[in-house]
Design a protein around this ligand. Structure first.
Ligand code: NAD
Length: 315
């Protein structure tokens, strides 16, 4: 019977090593097969997941030998961390390892939407040469509003500053006199002021009870006419109906969303709109970030199973 079960597509040299050292059941589709998943957990001491596997209290309770839950990624919204703590199961994750990949994607979205690169690309591949149709704008001199000024928000700010953007940020918990605020010459403002002022709004909050639908009708209505909205955090932070309406009404000039309220989303959503870029939750998916993530969680699984101290524990 397996000692470690891997329920999603998590691979790389660190996973190869783990597979040599332990009995590993590796099945990228296991998260979909509840019966096999539960059967495997009857014996396993470790489970390694991405964000599709729902590690619920029920699942944890039916896993008597479970010692460690490893989330290969940053957010822990698919792991019942409280139930794990109650059962004495360690939760390890990789909160820092993919931040840069997400920040670069957010910058990529901004540059793309400023210059309409995807639309120009599609038009030109269609046999056209419509130069005058694609007069964009520059990021330089524009105001970037960051909602959530943690690791990723700060990385985006650092890069956007190099493009000459002015940084404003709203963060419910970061003190306005934190050294990083000064270092990045950011202005900490209220949520409402940010919405009313920013040319680009980029969202970097975790999914929590009070961030679910943080962006809804009222917030999109409050945004500056012609603003651009970017979400690389979690889909449920945004009310997609409200976003859709704001894009149809052109009160938002454009949006880019990497994450969705339901993943994968139902067919057709946003497909009829030209002013939205959609990607399939690829924020963390750079080669470098994935290697860092897999190395961190595999090392920590090994540590827990061999009685060592894991490095990246959720507390
Ligand atoms: P972080 O914890 O470093 O920063 C989040 C910030 O949000 C914190 O400073 C916190 O104080 C702030 N915050 C919390 N609640 C808030 C609220 N209600 N209003 C305003 N600010 C609030 O996290 P991070 O590493 O910067 O990551 C941010 C989020 O990005 C993650 O939680 C995750 O959901 C998402 N993410 C997405 C991908 C992807 O593939 N697209 C990959 C990694 C992370």
């Amino acid at each position: 019977m397996p000692d470690v079960i891997v329920t999603e597509n998590i691979s790389g040299p660190a996973m190869d090593s783990l597979q040599q050292e332990f009995q590993v059941l590796w099945d990228a589709m296991l998260w979909k097969d509840t019966d096999r998943l539960e059967a495997a957990l009857a014996e396993a001491r470790a489970i390694v997941v991405r964000n599709q596997t729902q590690v619920t209290e029920e699942l944890i309770t039916m896993s008597p030998n479970l010692r460690v839950i490893a989330r290969a990624g940053a957010g822990l919204d698919n792991v019942d961390t409280e139930a794990a703590a109650r059962r004495g199961v360690t939760v390890v994750y990789a909160p820092r390892e993919n931040s840069l990949a997400v920040a670069e994607l957010a910058l990529g979205f901004m540059l793309n939407l400023a210059r309409d690169i995807t639309a120009a690309h599609n038009d030109t591949k269609g046999g056209n040469w419509n130069r005058s149709q694609f007069v964009g704008s520059e990021l330089s001199g524009k105001t970037l509003g960051l909602v959530g000024f943690g690791r990723i928000g700060q990385m985006v700010a650092r890069r956007a500053k190099a493009f000459g953007m002015k940084i404003i940020a709203f963060d419910k918990f970061l003190p306005a006199d934190a050294p990083v605020v000064n270092e990045l010459e950011a202005a900490m403002v209220s949520f409402n002021e940010l919405l009313q002022t920013a040319d680009y709004v980029s969202c970097h909050v975790p999914l929590l009870e009070d961030t679910r639908h943080l962006f809804s009708v009222e917030q999109f209505n409050a945004m500056k006419e012609g603003a651009v909205f970017i979400n690389t955090s979690r889909g449920e932070v945004v009310d997609e109906d409200a976003l859709y309406d704001a894009l149809v009404a052109n009160s938002l000039r454009a949006a880019a969303i990497d994450v969705r309220e339901t993943e994968p989303p139902g067919p057709g959503r946003f497909d009829d709109l030209d002013n939205v870029l959609v990607t399939p939750h690829i924020g963390a998916f750079s080669i470098e970030a994935q290697q860092r993530v897999v190395t961190t969680v595999c090392n920590d699984v090994r540590a827990v199973l061999t009685g060592e101290d894991p490095v990246s524990v959720f507390v």
